[in-house]
Design a protein around this ligand. Structure first.
Ligand code: ZN
Length: 240
């Protein structure tokens, strides 16, 4: 599903649809540094001067991006959609879920940053709705794929957070008590997103969550594992 090439992890399914969907690995450095991001794009043969990113706030704002005159970071934005070929969308993560959505017929894509707050706020549903409304995308042609993120094997939360996800069946499971005696739970964000996509009307076979766990695999930055400030970039673009 994901192929490693030139420091990038590229999604093969999207590639077949004419969509570049990829995430950087640690080998390419901290993507918060503009110089690192530019050289990562150049390495992949992409234009480092034509991309849109979001100043992420763990919110639910999804923005439609049509045209750019240079790199642009939109304020308070955790998701973007476009139908402009060659326009690259970017988000930054270190454990949160990068969610890639594409309708290859409508030639429309969405890239969403979904941490636990974004999942709670149903940002994926917002992106799907906007793709349908703005670009006439259709659920029967849409594909949703999750990129590398922290998975249930490593993601432990306390009861206050676990309670917020009770409505998602099988997404929360008791784990064990921490050293202070407080119960911990494992939280499966992919399962929450799968159920949200299903509730939006997406067929199960159009949803894929086969991806490495960032807290497990040292190839990716993980805030949970190391409290790092460094970030991985997830990018998506319709090939021109
Ligand atoms: Zn893990």
């Amino acid at each position: 599903m994901w192929r490693l090439s030139k420091g990038w992890c590229q999604n093969i399914i999207f590639e077949r649809m004419g969509v570049w969907a990829a995430v950087t690995t640690c080998a390419l450095g901290d993507m918060k540094q503009p110089a690192n991001f530019s050289s990562a794009l150049t390495r992949a043969g992409l234009d480092p001067s034509y991309w849109a990113g979001g100043a992420q706030v763990h919110g639910r704002q999804v923005r439609a991006v049509q045209r750019l005159s240079g790199p642009k970071v939109f304020s308070s934005t955790d998701g973007m959609i476009t139908n402009t070929p060659g326009l690259l969308l970017r988000i930054l993560t270190a454990d949160c879920v990068p969610v890639f959505v594409a309708d290859p017929v409508a030639k429309a894509i969405a890239l969403v940053h979904a941490g636990r707050r974004g999942v709670q706020k149903q940002i994926l549903k917002r992106a799907i709705d906007l793709l349908i409304k703005k670009y006439r995308a259709q659920l029967c042609r849409m594909h949703v794929t999750l990129g590398p993120h922290i998975q249930a094997c490593c993601y432990k939360v306390h009861e206050d957070v676990a309670c917020d996800f009770q409505q998602y069946r099988k997404a929360v499971a008791p784990y064990k008590k921490d050293k202070h005696g407080a119960m911990q739970y494992s939280l499966d964000l992919a399962e929450c997103l799968r159920q949200q996509a299903q509730q939006a009307g997406l067929a199960g076979k159009r949803f894929s969550a086969a991806t490495p766990c960032t807290a497990h695999h040292k190839r990716f930055f993980s805030y949970y594992r190391t409290k790092t400030e460094k970030r991985t970039a997830a990018v998506m673009m319709i090939k021109g």
